[in-house]
Design a protein around this ligand. Structure first.
Ligand SMILES: [Zn+2]
Ligand SMILES: [Zn+2]
Ligand SMILES: [Zn+2]
Length: 445
């Protein structure tokens, strides 16, 4: 299903679809109304939306084109091309001169002079007399023949079996040839019966804007259908990308929304995980409608993808967590003191533990000088902080040890405070390992 733009962002679309989902509006059918500009309208739609007829039509057609509504042919209407009225009456006209003055009746041909004319022209108080040569004709097949019922133009005399049809507009009076009237197919529109479409719509209209708000309240900037270029050079698109700049660490969450008739399989999990990996995004959320296969669930868990299935949505979005101050773009973090860093992180919603012990994948316990943790209800964001104070520049081994611990504990955001500074090798290594380094003359000046 391809969306032109997120459904919930268009107020009228959202209002109409919500009314259809709730059953307040059923099938949207056209109804003739000569007072309307195009001659018909959709009464069911008008009940919930106050929009001009043209816009209503556009809205319905765009939803049908996106596969959100089913469209079915109902009737063909013809319009006056001058005033759009549907109020047209057919009329018969001469095929030669276009005159509307036609006589209809048997057409007789006088055998003697070959004059052809309507029976009424021959009729002289009960007798038949040729109006051209004034001879009386009596016996059919001998004195005269009949061509059957035809039309004769009273203006140019042309005789023909099939007149041309033109439409007279009863509103503006103009007469339009048959091939120039405007034909319009009127359709009815309805929600597809398929349950997954309804489920997906409920998500798009209700849960999705709430999920965005949920993330925004936690200080994230949220982009829908966000394009990110990966390390491979390929461009990937995520249904949603939440970004939060915490000064010392950038936190990104990729959100994939999966809507499928069948249970979601591992292929979709793989492809989402690949994209996120290529873009270096470690926090991954998959919203799955309605559900996923057991093996896909296992793979997601193994790849540390947070899965929200349809029945979890209410619980997750209903979480009451304090909202977090949004990052001020102009205010980038400058290290001044250790206590200043602690205060900054706390203001950004982190809990900061000193000398925190974390068990690594290897089973070993590691101690970090500081560990900042922020649980936003969907993801857990951790920043490991290493502190080294010495008389001389900090050597590579110290940085290496810190990085190793963080790796074992799968902590991706790393901050290293070096007093009075880092050695050249240490700096190079920190750069490569994406460690944020602060060099200062003292820890607490
Ligand atoms: Zn005659
Ligand atoms: Zn004529
Ligand atoms: Zn008209």
């Amino acid at each position: 299903m391809h969306l032109d733009k997120p459904l919930w962002r268009d107020e009228r679309t959202a209002r109409l679809l919500e009314a259809m989902l709730s059953g307040e509006v059923g099938e949207i059918k056209p109804q003739i109304d000569p007072d309307r500009e195009v001659g018909y309208y959709y009464p069911e739609l008008s009940r919930v939306l106050d929009v001009p007829d043209g816009e209503a039509q556009e809205l319905l057609d765009s939803l049908a084109k996106q596969g959100i509504l089913d469209k079915a042919f109902v009737e063909k209407y013809i319009h006056c091309p001058q005033c759009q009225s549907l109020n047209l009456a057919p009329g018969y006209y001469c095929v030669k001169c276009g005159s509307g003055r036609l006589a209809r009746g048997r057409v007789l041909v006088h055998s003697g002079c070959e004059y052809a004319g309507a029976e009424e022209e021959f009729n002289q108080s009960g007798r038949l007399v040729c109006p051209k040569c004034f001879q009386e004709v009596r016996v059919i097949g001998q004195d005269y023949t009949s061509l059957g019922v035809m039309r004769k133009c009273r203006d140019c005399g042309e005789i023909f079996a099939h007149p041309s049809i033109k439409w007279r507009c009863l509103k503006c009076g103009s007469v339009t040839p048959e091939d120039r009237v405007v034909e319009v197919d009127a359709h009815s529109y309805s929600l597809p019966e398929r349950e997954e479409i309804r489920l997906w719509l409920r998500f798009e209209l209700g849960h999705k804007p709430r999920l965005i708000k949920f993330l925004q309240e936690r200080g994230f900037e949220v982009a829908e259908n966000a394009k990110v270029t990966g390390r491979s050079g390929a461009e990937h698109e995520f249904d949603m990308l939440a970004t939060r700049d915490d000064g010392v660490a950038k936190h990104r969450i990729a959100v994939g929304i999966e809507n499928s008739v069948r249970e979601l399989g591992i292929d979709r999990v793989f492809s989402f995980d690949d994209k996120a990996y290529d873009c270096g995004i470690h926090d991954k959320i998959m919203v799955v409608l309605p559900q996923m296969k057991k093996e896909a669930e296992a793979l997601a868990e193994h790849q540390r993808i947070k899965v929200i299935q349809s029945w979890d949505l209410e619980a997750v979005l209903g979480l009451k967590l304090p909202s977090v101050e949004a990052p001020a773009v102009e205010e980038s973090f400058k290290f001044q003191s250790k206590s200043g860093l602690v205060e900054y992180l706390q203001k950004r919603g982190y809990e900061v533990d000193q000398d925190a012990v974390v068990r690594g994948k290897s089973g070993a316990d590691h101690t970090f000088d500081m560990l900042a943790t922020r649980d936003d209800g969907i993801t857990l964001h951790r920043i490991a902080v290493g502190i080294e104070v010495s008389d001389a520049p900090i050597v590579l081994e110290k940085v290496f040890d810190f990085d190793d611990k963080a790796y074992d504990c799968t902590i991706l955001n790393k901050v290293f405070i070096a007093v009075p500074g880092l050695s050249r090798e240490g700096k190079r290594f920190a750069d490569r390992q994406r460690i944020v380094v602060f060099e200062a003359a003292a820890l607490e000046p």
